[in-house]
Write a protein that binds this ligand. Sequence first.
Ligand SMILES: Nc1ncnc2c1ncn2[C@@H]1O[C@H](COP(=O)(O)OP(=O)(O)OP(=O)(O)O)[C@@H](O)[C@H]1O
Ligand SMILES: [Mg+2]
Length: 322
Amino acid sequence: MQEVNPEDLPENQEAGPSGGEPPDDTPIDLEAEFHASNVQEVLDKLDHELVGLEPVKQRIREIAALLLVDRARKQMQLTTETPTLHMCFTGNPGTGKTTVAMRMAEILHRLEYVRQGHLVAVTRDDLVGQYIGHTAPKTKEVLKKAMGGVLFIDEAYYLYRPENERDYGQEAIEILLQVMEDNRDDLVVILAGYADKMDRFFQSNPGMRSRIAHHLDFPDYSGGELMEIARIMLGDLNYDFSLEAEEAFQEYIERRMAMPHFANARSIRNAIDRARLRQANRLFAGDTNLTKADLKTIKAEDIRASSVFEQGVPDADPAMNR
Ligand SMILES: Nc1ncnc2c1ncn2[C@@H]1O[C@H](COP(=O)(O)OP(=O)(O)OP(=O)(O)O)[C@@H](O)[C@H]1O
Ligand SMILES: [Mg+2]
């Protein structure tokens, strides 16, 4: 990819037929390059749409700056190398890893590091076969789909199962390692999962660790951040909390955070889905002559009916609460 386009170079500084390097005082306007790439738009979206995640947002701004400077250096023929951009996103479930990976793909695309900027999200089962000879074609098929974009491997450490002697995961890892090296100018791999498991995986797979350039850690959200996320999600869906519902949901968050299978923003999304279901049932069971406000409003009772409010009873269906 990333060919030096003579039109991008300042006048009279075109890479001549001799391929000579432009002189040291050749000007380049990084600001103009930045605007032309439209990356700011993605960074703004990241800032506005995602609550919290300050360290992650900061790292992404740094990576964007690095890529921009690298592009300028390429134009000045100071480098021909494509930097390694494979990444590792660690954090608990629902902390925004997949969402940020999609934004990352967009940034990489706008800076022309990948051709298309799509995201292919997979887990072990998409890469590893059950029988001998099944893994290589499966892995290669996924890689083919992801070429020109980002391959996001969720819970990547499950690829490695040392306890299972005849595990085909190793085969998938070998293929991935090769492609991560050979095609790094057209494919970015993001490994995602829990930090401790990822650490252990890297200890046993130093080849994988050495190919990862950026590690981003996603912190758990605070109660306040989760409330803010809830408001954004509701707003996007054209719902509102009543005053009492807001209070109830704050209490819901406190309780839910202390329970098993808590999954940060994902638990919030699920709680909102269930509140909408209860609201719909409440409206349908009552006087069905309604106003727009009725249709918009989530009331406290739509939240307090959750089993999270039953003392000491864990949620009936933990899977639903993830
Ligand atoms: N900071 C945030 N602000 C607003 N919404 C968020 C934020 N983080 C996550 N979400 C929302 O929460 C949901 C879960 O996020 P996402 O799927 O990105 O998390 P994840 O870390 O990939 O989780 P998992 O490990 O469960 O796959 C999505 O609907 C996403 O839009
Ligand atoms: Mg995810």
